[in-house]
Design a protein around this ligand. Structure first.
Ligand code: MG
Length: 258
């Protein structure tokens, strides 16, 4: 599949899917607390996406049953929301939300603290968020895909963390996963040339320990092999003449409230 570049008008149109995806992600973070189940968060997000005029983009995608992915502690990505996964004080939870509006897909993720978390977990969140912003900032004409990966990897590994290899960012448009794949590792000045009109989801998945992951028995949930925590932050960015433009954002809220 070739990379599908978007016109300026198409990028404008994508911003509504991005806004709703970002809003529900921020609001989901506000209800994260000890005692809530990931299914309750899922139902809250699905209602809000539909109220805003969107369609949950994950529901049914490849057969996924939820409107969010909810991945707690050593879970990296793709956790199925469940009534039996109850958040506990000190957990971290990656919530991934996506909304489709007018046929355009939005996709973003944030890792939230449940109550008070350890300084070690807080550092993992801080570094992974920093990795995401560095990756987004590298989404510029003149750079290559490897510049995004190198930006993310260098920060993560300098902090002593593992960069997940098996799951990567991606192009986004009328479908969730378009070309190109956007790895969170790589070498500067290598790979596909970035060009105006590309819209990419940049989503570092960073592990406190080993970078290695395993898929659990439900066929979805991905966990670290060493049981150490993992964090995941994601935003969509459009590459424009004027630099990176964040698509998954609310005009009134520059960043989700953690
Ligand atoms: Mg994604």
């Amino acid at each position: 599949m070739a990379v599908i570049k978007k016109t300026p008008a198409e990028i404008e149109a994508m911003k509504e899917a991005g806004r709703i995806s970002a809003k529900v992600l921020r609001e989901a973070g506000r209800i994260v607390k000890p005692g809530i189940s990931t299914l309750e968060i899922d139902q809250f997000v699905e209602r809000m996406i539909r109220m805003e005029g969107g369609i949950p983009a994950f529901k049914g995608l490849y057969g996924f049953p939820g409107s969010i992915c909810a991945s707690v502690n050593d879970a990296v990505v793709h956790g199925i929301p469940s009534a039996s996964v109850i958040l506990q004080e000190g957990d971290i939870i990656s919530i991934d939300t996506g909304a489709t509006v007018d046929g355009w897909v939005g996709d973003n993720a944030w890792t939230y603290a449940v109550g008070t978390i350890s300084p070690e977990k807080q550092r993992l969140l801080d570094v992974t968020e920093k990795c995401m912003w560095a990756g987004l900032d590298a989404a510029r004409v003149g750079n290559r895909l490897g510049d995004i990966g190198a930006a993310v990897q260098s920060i993560a590994e300098a902090a002593g963390y593992g960069v997940v290899r098996e799951y990567v960012g991606h192009g986004v448009g009328r479908v969730m996963h378009e070309d190109p794949n956007v790895p969170n590792y790589g070498r500067k000045h290598t790979g596909l040339k970035l060009d105006v009109g590309m819209v990419l989801a940049i989503e570092p998945m960073i592990n406190m320990g080993t970078h290695r992951t395993k898929v659990m028995d439900d066929g979805w949930l991905v966990c670290t092999t060493d049981g150490m925590p993992s964090a995941h932050f994601e935003k969509m960015v459009a590459i424009t003449e004027d630099g990176p433009v964040i698509i998954t954002t609310e005009p009134d809220h520059k960043r989700p409230v953690g």
